[in-house]
Write a protein that binds this ligand. Structure first.
Ligand SMILES: Cc1ncc(COP(=O)(O)O)c(C=O)c1O
Length: 276
């Protein structure tokens, strides 16, 4: 069997882990901070908050946007279950909007018919690294005063018209072992909203701005420095890996689409050309 997603963890990652263990600074230390800064840069945003998984990043995003019981969010039914579960964790209701058949991402033309006075956010999912139609989604969000919470858990380094996904509102990434880059388990919330970032930081660490001071109900959704150290090494490799994946996808698409009856997924323009 050919594994579809084999994590690539090499000598540099092993060395980085040993360095953290030797340092004794294991949780929420300098490596986590450095990883957050570098990840924010990747997404072209101000703030990044490292978490224990993509699911916890999405959960925190709901709460940081003050989405709660009796609220609704619209999202795609064609995703991993966490895209909808995050709303349920917050007591809110996920409302499903069908996908664009060509691109497998939420269809902006169908979003507005699902918006009610209870709707608080749109959760577009950039599935398989395919960016959603963010111009159309951003226009609806602005017109209807909704937050955008991008599920970018499968879209590290993806762009929409040259702009990084993850920069259109608040966005959440998974760093699980099968993702384009990994920290084994881990997640990241990114945003340009200082208040959302501040609430997210409190929520991930027991509502605690400093030791033994707790200003709100929070959770333990922290990232370890071991995790962050792996992430820092993987970040340097991400662009190269993404190019290889794109070239592989282009090859498979070319060969498979030549077979009668096989329909291959389309890529939202501009399309990557492995020959240029
Ligand atoms: C689209 C999507 N959303 C959310 C998640 C949840 O991320 P994690 O597994 O890190 O909790 C994943 C990962 O599997 C995912 O693919």
């Amino acid at each position: 069997m050919i594994p579809i997603a084999k994590p690539i963890i090499g000598e540099e990652e092993k060395e980085a882990i040993l360095e953290v263990i030797a340092s004794g600074q294991l949780v929420q230390g300098t490596k986590v901070h450095e990883f957050e800064e570098r990840f924010a840069e990747l997404c072209g945003v101000e703030y990044a908050v490292a978490t224990s998984s993509g699911t916890t990043a999405l959960h925190i995003a709901m709460l940081a946007h003050q989405i709660g019981p009796s609220d609704e969010v619209v999202t795609s039914p064609f995703s991993f279950i966490a895209s909808a579960n995050c709303a349920l964790y917050a007591g809110a209701r996920p409302v499903f909007v069908d996908i664009e058949p060509d691109f497998f991402t939420i269809d902006p033309a169908k979003i507005e018919e699902h918006i009610t006075p209870k709707t608080k956010a749109i959760i577009p999912v950039h599935l398989y690294g395919q960016a959603c139609d963010m111009d159309a989604i951003a226009e609806i969000a602005e017109k209807r005063h909704l937050a955008i919470i991008e599920d970018a858990c499968q879209a590290h380094g993806a762009t929409y018209k040259g702009r990084p996904v993850g920069s259109f509102g608040t966005a959440c990434y998974s760093l699980y072992a099968t993702k384009n880059m990994t920290t084994i388990e881990g997640g990241m919330l990114v945003t340009n909203d200082a208040e959302v970032a501040e609430r997210a930081r409190l929520l991930r660490n027991h509502g605690s701005p400093k030791t033994y001071q707790h200003v709100m109900l929070g959770y333990n959704m922290r990232m370890t420095d071991l995790t962050a150290a792996i992430g820092l090494v993987q970040l340097d490799k991400l662009a190269g890996w993404n190019s290889i994946r794109q070239a592989n996808a282009a090859y498979l698409t070319e060969k498979l689409s030549a077979i009668e009856g096989v329909v291959t997924p389309k890529i939202r323009p501009p399309i990557y050309d492995p020959h240029t």
